[in-house]
Design a protein around this ligand. Structure first.
Ligand SMILES: Nc1ncnc2c1ncn2[C@@H]1O[C@H](COP(=O)(O)OP(=O)(O)O)[C@@H](O)[C@H]1O
Ligand SMILES: [Mg+2]
Length: 490
């Protein structure tokens, strides 16, 4: 977990105050105890002098027996532990006081010089103060070792004071900084969070700090810009959705109109295909009705009428096959044998005038599965393709029928070495009445019928666009067994 700004501030301030106040405390404490020490020493010195002066004034010249009670009466005051009085020769006259302090008294003292020395008694540290008086000298042992007991409460007080000041400073600074920085920042963070969860406006908390208020303003501007960008984006998305919807509708419309157009083309083609022979028929009928014709001519007219009627009949038959491709065959539900159908086709077309001088090659791989198209329908498709190929290749041309196993079932190919499919009809090759052949030779229904039959059987038929020499039509037909198992025909 990461520490918050408050905790960090607190730690920083705490360590700053520690760095500032601990040395200060020690400096003050050391200074205080040194001053106290000096004070005590000067005190001890003046005490020693006073005692010595007193003893010298009242006692010099008296015997040591007379001095004893006088000196003893001075003991006990202000840490005075022992007193020694020395004569002119420096020898001790009287030495009274605490036994250990008495031991610390010098055996002899030169009376001419004032001095001070550190000594140790059973109580601890002490000062021996020598004061010359008259012909002799007085030495007083004054305790100084109880410094600690005097300074300790003072130091404790100092420590307490320092700690209190430090704490007060810490609290004050902490609250000031929190108020100035942390709270406005928290406010900004909450505001930003609200914006993130959907609010439309960033509420900037009031603050006296210039930088923070500037930050708030910047955030506010940024939020406003982001929100307006978002609005724009949303508008764009709506627009795109709208456009997509429109596109879809247009596409559907296009498909519909395309369908209508093919129906229209179908009708137009039909009108043209049937209209021409009917006009011819009517003309011939008029001539016959007018009468007065030679019997030969009459016969010729009737034969021509017969041909025109046959043409109409052929067109209607093809059209019927195109309209109801799945029922056009005799036994349409019977799975067809491709190999047999190929041979049937070859036998049927061989005597046809279109095949004169044309080489027809068959390439059928044995063991082909039966397909979803009946044998008769297969022949119908193959006939259309082979006759087209013969028309294109002409005398001296070559046609090849291939049948082989494919992933789905059987692939049937009819190729020729003619000029290939004309550019203008390629797009609409499988639509009815699309033809490049002159009237009477082609109806433009052949490939449309083929596609109707093949697609009804679940297969595909297309022109191989990769093929460069002549034309090549590829028919894919599903394996009847596979299809029968998942969706029965009919
Ligand atoms: N093997 C082929 N080579 C060149 N063009 C072809 C071939 N097969 C079909 N076509 C073109 O496709 C058109 C449409 O053929 P089809 O639908 O069978 O009608 P039709 O044979 O009555 O013209 C033909 O008129 C011809 O232009
Ligand atoms: Mg044809």
């Amino acid at each position: 977990m990461r520490a918050g700004l408050r905790l960090r501030l607190l730690l920083l301030l705490g360590s700053l105050l520690l760095v500032a106040f601990v040395p200060l405390f020690f400096a003050v404490a050391t200074y205080t105890s040194l001053t106290l020490q000096k004070l005590r020493e000067s005190h001890a010195r003046s005490l020693g002098r006073t005692i010595a002066g007193h003893v010298a004034t009242v006692g010099l010249g008296r015997s040591s027996e007379e001095l004893m009670p006088l000196v003893r009466s001075q003991l006990g005051a202000e840490g005075l532990e022992a007193i020694g009085v020395y004569g002119t020769d420096g020898a001790a006259l009287v030495r009274v006081g605490e036994p250990s302090a008495v031991d610390a008294l010098p055996r002899s003292a030169r009376p001419n010089k004032e001095g001070i020395a550190d000594v140790t008694t059973s109580h601890g540290r002490a000062l021996a103060v020598l004061v010359p008086r008259g012909p002799g000298a007085v030495v007083a042992i004054v305790r100084t070792d109880d410094d600690a007991s005097h300074t300790a409460p003072l130091l404790r007080l100092l420590a307490l004071y320092t700690a209190l000041v430090a704490l007060a400073l810490l609290t004050a600074t902490y609250f000031a900084l929190t108020r100035l920085i942390v709270r406005p920042l928290d406010g900004l963070a909450h505001s930003a969070e609200r914006v993130a969860s959907g609010a439309r406006h960033l509420a900037v908390p009031k603050t006296a700090v210039r930088e923070l208020s500037e930050l708030g303003q910047s955030l506010n501007t940024m939020t406003a810009r982001l929100l307006s960008e978002e609005d724009k984006l949303r508008a764009k998305v709506d627009e795109v959705e709208h456009a997509t919807q429109k596109l879809r509708e247009t596409q559907e419309q296009l498909v519909r109109s395309e369908r209508l157009a093919s129906v229209g083309r179908l009708a137009a083609g039909l009108a043209h295909e049937i209209g021409n022979p009917i006009a011819a028929l009517m003309g011939l009928e008029d001539l016959l009705l007018a009468g007065g014709l030679e019997p030969d001519m009459e016969r010729d007219f009737l034969q021509r009428m017969r041909r025109e009627t046959e043409r109409i009949h052929r067109i209607l038959r093809d059209l019927l096959a195109f309209a109801r491709p799945s029922t056009a065959g005799v036994d349409s539900r019977q799975p067809g044998d491709v190999e047999a159908a190929v041979h049937d086709t070859a036998a049927l077309v061989m005597p046809h005038p279109a095949l004169h001088g044309v080489d027809l090659a068959l390439d059928v791989h044995g063991d082909l599965p039966r397909v979803t198209l009946s044998r008769e329908q297969l022949v119908q498709v193959l006939l259309n393709l082979v006759l087209n190929a013969a028309d294109a290749a002409g005398s001296g041309g070559h046609i090849r029928i291939e049948a082989s196993r494919s992933a789905q079932g059987v692939e049937l190919c009819v190729s020729d070495d003619g000029p290939g499919v004309a550019e203008i009809v390629r797009e609409r090759l499988f639509e009815p009445f699309v033809t490049t052949k002159e009237t009477g030779k082609g109806t433009g229904l052949g490939l449309a019928v083929c596609r109707g039959l093949v697609e009804a059987a679940g297969g595909t038929i297309e022109l191989d666009l990769e093929h460069s020499r002549g034309a090549r039509f590829v028919v894919e037909l599903p394996d009847a067994r596979v299809t029968a198992s998942d969706a029965p025909l009919g």
